[in-house]
Design a protein around this ligand. Structure first.
Ligand code: HEM
Length: 151
Protein backbone atom coordinates (compact mmCIF):
# COMPACT_ATOMS: atom_id res chain seq x y z
CA UNK A 1 0.00 0.00 0.00
CA UNK A 2 2.82 2.36 0.96
CA UNK A 3 4.40 1.80 -2.45
CA UNK A 4 1.16 2.60 -4.25
CA UNK A 5 0.79 5.83 -2.28
CA UNK A 6 4.43 6.72 -3.01
CA UNK A 7 3.99 5.95 -6.69
CA UNK A 8 0.94 8.21 -6.80
CA UNK A 9 2.76 11.03 -4.99
CA UNK A 10 5.58 10.82 -7.51
CA UNK A 11 3.15 10.52 -10.41
CA UNK A 12 5.06 12.06 -13.23
CA UNK A 13 5.39 15.68 -14.01
CA UNK A 14 2.20 15.52 -16.05
CA UNK A 15 0.41 16.07 -12.72
CA UNK A 16 1.79 19.63 -12.66
CA UNK A 17 -0.63 22.36 -13.63
CA UNK A 18 0.10 24.84 -16.42
CA UNK A 19 0.24 27.57 -13.74
CA UNK A 20 2.82 25.69 -11.69
CA UNK A 21 4.95 25.14 -14.79
CA UNK A 22 4.90 28.77 -15.87
CA UNK A 23 5.61 29.92 -12.30
CA UNK A 24 8.67 27.67 -12.09
CA UNK A 25 9.89 28.60 -15.56
CA UNK A 26 9.70 32.32 -14.92
CA UNK A 27 11.22 31.98 -11.46
CA UNK A 28 14.15 30.00 -12.89
CA UNK A 29 14.64 32.43 -15.78
CA UNK A 30 15.92 35.02 -13.30
CA UNK A 31 18.83 32.88 -12.08
CA UNK A 32 19.72 30.41 -14.80
CA UNK A 33 22.58 32.65 -15.97
CA UNK A 34 24.26 32.22 -12.58
CA UNK A 35 25.35 28.63 -13.11
CA UNK A 36 28.56 29.20 -11.14
CA UNK A 37 26.61 30.51 -8.13
CA UNK A 38 24.22 27.54 -8.25
CA UNK A 39 26.98 24.91 -8.48
CA UNK A 40 28.92 26.74 -5.75
CA UNK A 41 25.84 26.51 -3.46
CA UNK A 42 25.54 22.77 -4.16
CA UNK A 43 29.23 22.00 -3.52
CA UNK A 44 29.22 24.20 -0.39
CA UNK A 45 26.21 22.30 1.01
CA UNK A 46 27.67 18.82 0.35
CA UNK A 47 31.38 18.47 -0.33
CA UNK A 48 30.85 14.78 -1.15
CA UNK A 49 29.20 15.93 -4.41
CA UNK A 50 32.28 18.06 -5.23
CA UNK A 51 34.50 15.07 -4.43
CA UNK A 52 32.76 13.00 -7.15
CA UNK A 53 34.27 15.38 -9.72
CA UNK A 54 37.85 14.17 -10.12
CA UNK A 55 39.16 17.58 -11.17
CA UNK A 56 37.66 19.30 -8.09
CA UNK A 57 37.96 16.55 -5.45
CA UNK A 58 39.55 17.74 -2.22
CA UNK A 59 40.23 21.25 -3.57
CA UNK A 60 39.38 24.49 -1.79
CA UNK A 61 35.98 25.53 -3.12
CA UNK A 62 36.75 29.23 -2.69
CA UNK A 63 39.77 28.97 -4.95
CA UNK A 64 38.24 26.82 -7.70
CA UNK A 65 34.93 28.67 -8.04
CA UNK A 66 36.47 31.45 -10.17
CA UNK A 67 38.18 29.09 -12.61
CA UNK A 68 37.21 28.55 -16.24
CA UNK A 69 36.96 24.81 -15.56
CA UNK A 70 34.44 25.39 -12.78
CA UNK A 71 32.37 27.60 -15.11
CA UNK A 72 32.45 24.94 -17.83
CA UNK A 73 31.09 22.28 -15.47
CA UNK A 74 28.57 24.65 -13.93
CA UNK A 75 27.25 25.48 -17.41
CA UNK A 76 26.85 21.78 -18.24
CA UNK A 77 25.03 20.91 -15.03
CA UNK A 78 22.83 23.97 -14.74
CA UNK A 79 22.30 23.89 -18.52
CA UNK A 80 20.83 20.41 -18.23
CA UNK A 81 18.76 21.41 -15.21
CA UNK A 82 17.51 24.30 -17.30
CA UNK A 83 16.56 21.93 -20.12
CA UNK A 84 14.48 19.89 -17.65
CA UNK A 85 12.67 23.02 -16.49
CA UNK A 86 11.94 24.11 -20.05
CA UNK A 87 10.79 20.61 -21.07
CA UNK A 88 8.15 20.44 -18.31
CA UNK A 89 5.93 18.49 -18.09
CA UNK A 90 7.53 16.09 -20.60
CA UNK A 91 10.69 15.20 -18.71
CA UNK A 92 10.70 11.40 -18.96
CA UNK A 93 13.46 11.49 -21.60
CA UNK A 94 15.57 13.90 -19.51
CA UNK A 95 15.08 11.68 -16.45
CA UNK A 96 16.27 8.65 -18.43
CA UNK A 97 19.32 10.55 -19.69
CA UNK A 98 20.14 11.68 -16.16
CA UNK A 99 19.75 8.20 -14.65
CA UNK A 100 21.79 6.58 -17.43
CA UNK A 101 24.72 8.94 -16.80
CA UNK A 102 24.50 9.27 -13.01
CA UNK A 103 23.61 5.78 -11.80
CA UNK A 104 27.02 4.44 -12.92
CA UNK A 105 28.66 7.39 -11.15
CA UNK A 106 27.13 6.28 -7.88
CA UNK A 107 25.25 9.52 -7.18
CA UNK A 108 23.28 8.72 -4.01
CA UNK A 109 19.77 9.67 -2.93
CA UNK A 110 21.30 11.63 -0.04
CA UNK A 111 23.45 13.64 -2.47
CA UNK A 112 20.46 14.29 -4.72
CA UNK A 113 18.39 15.41 -1.72
CA UNK A 114 21.25 17.72 -0.72
CA UNK A 115 21.42 19.07 -4.28
CA UNK A 116 17.70 19.81 -4.01
CA UNK A 117 17.88 21.57 -0.66
CA UNK A 118 20.97 23.58 -1.68
CA UNK A 119 19.13 24.66 -4.83
CA UNK A 120 16.05 25.70 -2.82
CA UNK A 121 18.23 27.68 -0.38
CA UNK A 122 19.92 29.35 -3.35
CA UNK A 123 16.50 30.27 -4.80
CA UNK A 124 15.34 31.65 -1.44
CA UNK A 125 18.42 33.86 -1.27
CA UNK A 126 18.31 35.08 -4.89
CA UNK A 127 14.64 35.28 -5.89
CA UNK A 128 11.31 36.33 -4.50
CA UNK A 129 10.62 32.71 -3.64
CA UNK A 130 7.47 32.74 -1.51
CA UNK A 131 5.04 32.88 -4.44
CA UNK A 132 6.87 30.11 -6.30
CA UNK A 133 7.65 27.77 -3.39
CA UNK A 134 4.67 25.42 -3.81
CA UNK A 135 5.17 25.15 -7.57
CA UNK A 136 8.88 24.41 -7.07
CA UNK A 137 8.01 21.81 -4.43
CA UNK A 138 5.69 20.00 -6.83
CA UNK A 139 8.23 20.22 -9.68
CA UNK A 140 11.16 18.97 -7.62
CA UNK A 141 9.00 16.19 -6.14
CA UNK A 142 8.14 15.14 -9.70
CA UNK A 143 11.72 15.20 -11.03
CA UNK A 144 13.45 13.59 -8.03
CA UNK A 145 10.57 11.14 -7.56
CA UNK A 146 10.96 9.94 -11.16
CA UNK A 147 14.75 9.73 -10.72
CA UNK A 148 14.53 7.84 -7.41
CA UNK A 149 12.13 5.34 -8.94
CA UNK A 150 14.87 4.47 -11.47
CA UNK A 151 18.08 4.57 -9.43
C1 HEM B 1 23.82 15.44 -6.59
C2 HEM B 1 24.51 14.43 -7.06
C3 HEM B 1 25.33 14.48 -8.32
C4 HEM B 1 26.56 13.93 -8.49
C5 HEM B 1 27.35 13.16 -7.43
C6 HEM B 1 26.98 14.20 -9.85
C7 HEM B 1 28.18 13.80 -10.40
C8 HEM B 1 28.61 14.07 -11.67
C9 HEM B 1 29.92 13.71 -12.20
C10 HEM B 1 31.00 12.98 -11.43
C11 HEM B 1 29.97 14.16 -13.46
C12 HEM B 1 31.15 13.99 -14.46
C13 HEM B 1 32.01 15.23 -14.47
C14 HEM B 1 33.15 15.14 -15.44
O1 HEM B 1 32.92 15.24 -16.64
O2 HEM B 1 34.27 14.98 -14.98
C15 HEM B 1 28.69 14.79 -13.76
C16 HEM B 1 28.38 15.36 -14.96
C17 HEM B 1 27.18 15.95 -15.23
N1 HEM B 1 26.13 16.13 -14.35
FE1 HEM B 1 26.03 15.47 -12.45
N2 HEM B 1 26.00 14.91 -10.50
C18 HEM B 1 24.96 15.11 -9.60
C19 HEM B 1 23.77 15.78 -9.85
C20 HEM B 1 23.43 16.35 -11.05
C21 HEM B 1 22.19 17.03 -11.32
C22 HEM B 1 21.03 17.20 -10.30
C23 HEM B 1 22.22 17.41 -12.62
C24 HEM B 1 21.19 18.14 -13.44
C25 HEM B 1 19.90 17.99 -13.31
C26 HEM B 1 23.49 16.97 -13.19
C27 HEM B 1 23.90 17.14 -14.50
C28 HEM B 1 25.11 16.76 -15.02
C29 HEM B 1 25.52 17.01 -16.39
C30 HEM B 1 24.66 17.65 -17.48
C31 HEM B 1 26.81 16.51 -16.53
C32 HEM B 1 27.68 16.55 -17.80
C33 HEM B 1 27.25 15.51 -18.78
C34 HEM B 1 27.63 14.13 -18.31
O3 HEM B 1 28.83 13.85 -18.24
O4 HEM B 1 26.73 13.36 -17.95
N3 HEM B 1 24.20 16.32 -12.20
N4 HEM B 1 27.89 14.71 -12.64
Amino acid sequence: MKFIVLALCFAAASALTADQISTVQSSFAGVKGDSVGILYAVFKADSSIQDKFSQFAGKDLESIKGSAEFATHANKIVGFFSKIISDLPNIEGDVNTFVASHKPRGATHAQLNNFRSAFVSYMKAHTDFAGAEAAWGATLDAFFGMVFAKM
